[in-house]
Design a protein around this ligand. Structure first.
Ligand SMILES: NC(=O)c1ccc[n+]([C@@H]2O[C@H](COP(=O)([O-])OP(=O)(O)OC[C@H]3O[C@@H](n4cnc5c(N)ncnc54)[C@H](OP(=O)(O)O)[C@@H]3O)[C@@H](O)[C@H]2O)c1
Length: 305
């Protein structure tokens, strides 16, 4: 059982998701948290990762470390996304198994599911169709991690499971306009408009693709909720009801932040999947639902930008 003094290794604590998990762990009184930056422990290094796990023997492992990025970065660095994320997953998951660690939470992503599905995506759709090309490297590495957790749980009776969040946003996001996800890019452009450094709100593509988002504090809450449970299903979708087209996200955010300008489209060949809305029946059945209203999350995120 997860106790306030349980030894928890949180990988990726400097990232957007990892830092939100760390804040929540501390807020809820967890005292025995081990953290290491990439500089201190490069998780693509097998020997160092195994040695670290053997020496520290955490009771719980949370993997929020990965090479992450928006659509352009995923296309530009496809080999890196595949190899680095596979190594990170392999080293920590197999290293945890070797060290006899009982509980492990791996963060996947909705990108692991086949592309261009019109219907909501339930967990059993995994590997039932072709992956979206733009993030294939990232998705393959994540599928490797998901399956490794599933097999180790099945074969060795371990509580290794994966949460599959939709697009995440919140404090600590990447706001680099070339490598970020679409929502932080909209927030950054709105900031530039407010500062009179940009006139119009430019969006890549035609803005018609639908996306679902979750506030990072809600994802952190889901992580702790499921970490406390024993015998989790191997794969659990973590989504919301917040789904709009990218153009409508831009309109909603402009309204929330009181910005009036024209939206213009930047023609580009960069194209992602049309829709990837998660079916959240399973997480709701297990007792978890997101809490934060979209407008509240946008205001909190923008304040810290
Ligand atoms: N962002 C999203 O929209 C989204 C959506 C679904 C799922 N997820 C998943 O959530 C997790 C966290 O994403 P995020 O958005 O928080 O990413 P992020 O902000 O880019 O943070 C990634 C973290 O991973 C660490 N890291 C990367 N390579 C490493 C390595 N070789 N060794 C050790 N640490 C390494 C980084 O450490 P340093 O800071 O020390 O360099 C950083 O703290 C990922 O597994 C991602 O797939 C994210």
């Amino acid at each position: 059982m997860l106790k306030k003094n349980s030894k928890i290794f949180l990988a990726g604590h400097n990232g957007m998701v990892g830092s939100a998990i760390l804040r929540l762990l501390k807020k809820r009184g967890y005292k025995n948290i081990i953290i290491k930056s990439k500089k201190e422990l490069d998780l693509t290094n097998q020997k160092k990762t195994y040695e670290f796990l053997k020496k520290n023997k955490p009771e719980y492992v949370i993997i929020a470390a990965a090479l992450v990025g928006g659509i352009k970065k995923n296309i530009d660095l496809k080999p890196d996304f595949l190899i680095k994320n596979t190594l990170i997953a392999s080293n920590i998951i197999h290293g945890s198994y070797l060290t006899k660690i009982q509980n492990l939470l791996f963060l996947g992503s909705s990108c692991v599911y086949p592309g261009n599905l019109k219907k909501e995506i339930s967990e059993n759709i995994l590997l039932k169709g072709e992956l979206e090309k733009s993030n294939e490297g990232y998705a393959l590495a994540k599928i490797f991690g998901i399956k490794l957790c599933e097999y180790y749980s099945q074969y060795y009776k371990l509580n290794y499971f994966s949460l599959m969040p939709c697009n995440v946003f919140g404090p600590g996001d990447n706001y680099d306009l070339d490598t970020s996800h679409f929502l932080p890019a909209i927030l950054k452009k709105i900031k530039l408009i407010k500062e009179n450094r940009m006139k119009y709100l430019y969006l890549w593509g035609d803005g018609k693709a639908l996306r679902e988002v979750i506030y990072v504090e809600d994802l952190a809450d889901a992580c702790l909720f499921f970490l406390k449970k024993k015998n989790n299903p191997s794969l659990i979708n973590i989504g919301t009801d917040i789904e709009y087209s990218i153009k409508n996200f831009a309109k909603q955010i402009m309204k929330i932040l009181d910005v009036k300008t024209e939206i213009k489209f930047h023609k580009t060949n960069i194209k992602g999947t049309y829709r990837k809305k998660l079916d959240t029946t399973l997480s709701k059945k297990l007792g978890w639902k997101y809490k934060t209203k979209f407008s509240e999350a946008i205001i909190k995120t923008y304040e810290l930008l």
